[in-house]
Design a protein around this ligand. Structure first.
Ligand SMILES: [Zn+2]
Length: 85
């Protein structure tokens, strides 16, 4: 898989998570972070399963969404840094 395709896939994954409301973009810093919202996360997985990224099986699409979700923190990196200072 070419690097550009992987990037497109990641953009798709974040798009699904944003659409479901499982993640949020910080209005100040632009970092994405997880919402502690199981319903929204389940909704994101449903969207991914129903309409997987090109070349992914429904299960692979769900796994990609899970990976991206668990990789993100529960707080914007920029806001966390400001609090620490
Ligand atoms: Zn922030």
């Amino acid at each position: 898989m070419a690097a550009g395709e992987l990037e497109d896939q990641i953009i798709w994954v974040y798009g699904v998570l944003l659409e479901a409301g499982a993640i949020t973009e910080c209005q100040v810093h632009g970092y994405l972070f997880s919402e502690l919202d199981d319903d929204a996360f389940e909704q994101a997985k449903k969207i991914a399963r129903k309409n997987p990224w090109i070349g992914l099986s429904p299960d692979e699409a769900v796994a990609a969404v899970e990976d991206a979700f668990y990789d993100l923190g529960y707080e914007c990196q920029g806001c966390a840094k400001n609090e620490a200072e």
